[in-house]
Design a protein. Structure first.
Length: 280
């Protein structure tokens, strides 16, 4: 499970605490008969999560098993393909397991003072005013089928650069677009999310940072392929651009149809949607 999966669990944790008599949830993975605590950068500072190293041991908790196949949105998985519970948004599907209906589709991140000051420094140093954030590279380690061609992203940037500052974020070593403010490798996942709070939009394919944008109430334009059903990951406030002609394929290895859909899609549709939204 990646950062996006953990972020959606933050929404589930909030809904559990608000709709039950517990004080916090205990995020864990079940390994053999042991409940192994799961912490990490997504859950840091989150008041809904029990931290056994800090919180009193008499805290009333609900166990929240992150690798329970009866709950997880991937109910079957091989190196070639995954099968999803795809009848609704992942947060809704997971909350339903806990008897919770109509949850708020909003993930949670809690920033500390140092992270807030870091982002203030970035904004001042680069003179960011009216800007959007773009991440043109999808995470390839799990599946290659969420990708959108780099040259199309470049054409989109060229179309919108006169109307807005374009800030690129991403992992160190990622290819950098022309005509952007280059923050590739210069932010953490958390500071990137905080930087989104002041942005006009976040633009990318489906992935962890799309879920992070909901934490700071920033709209995203999301290019969605045929890898998975749109309704699993689409937030209602976003511009969810489904370019799939098929699917969901669930393929972890390269899907020729997903590849052709991305190759044949007219990037001008993305440019037009961005320019229209920026005028509002």
């Amino acid at each position: 499970m990646g950062l996006g999966g953990h972020l959606m669990w933050t929404a589930v944790a909030r809904e559990i605490v608000k709709n039950s008599g517990v004080e916090k949830v205990f995020a864990h993975k079940k390994i053999n008969s042991n409940h192994v605590y799961v912490g990490g950068e997504v859950f840091r500072n989150n008041p809904y999560f029990f931290n056994p190293h800090v919180d009193p041991h008499d805290t009333k908790i609900e166990l929240m098993c992150l690798n329970n196949k009866d709950v997880h949105y991937c109910y079957d998985e091989t190196p070639l393909k995954v099968k999803h519970r795809d009848h609704d948004h992942i947060i809704k599907t997971t909350c339903a397991h806990y008897g919770i209906e109509n949850p708020d589709l909003k993930c949670e991140l809690y920033f500390d003072e140092r992270e807030e000051k870091t982002v203030e420094t970035i904004i001042d140093y680069y003179g960011l005013k009216k800007y959007l954030i773009i991440e043109p590279h999808s995470k390839m380690s799990y599946t290659v089928n969420r990708a959108y061609p780099f040259d199309k992203w470049q054409s989109i940037v060229d179309d919108i650069k006169q109307d807005v500052q374009v800030v690129q974020i991403g992992a160190p070593g990622s290819q950098v677009l022309d005509n952007v403010i280059n923050l590739v490798g210069k932010t953490t996942f958390r500071t990137a999310a905080k930087l989104m709070e002041h942005a006009e939009l976040f633009v990318s394919t489906e992935g962890g940072l799309v879920h992070a944008a909901t934490c700071v109430d920033t709209k995203s334009l999301v290019v969605i392929t045929g890898y998975q059903k749109e309704k699993m990951v689409a937030y209602p406030q976003n511009i969810n651009l489904n370019i799939a002609s098929h699917g969901p394929c669930g393929m972890r290895v390269e899907c020729e149809i997903c590849k052709e859909d991305a190759k044949n899609h007219d990037y001008k549709e993305v440019s037009a949607l961005l320019l229209e939204d920026l005028k509002q």
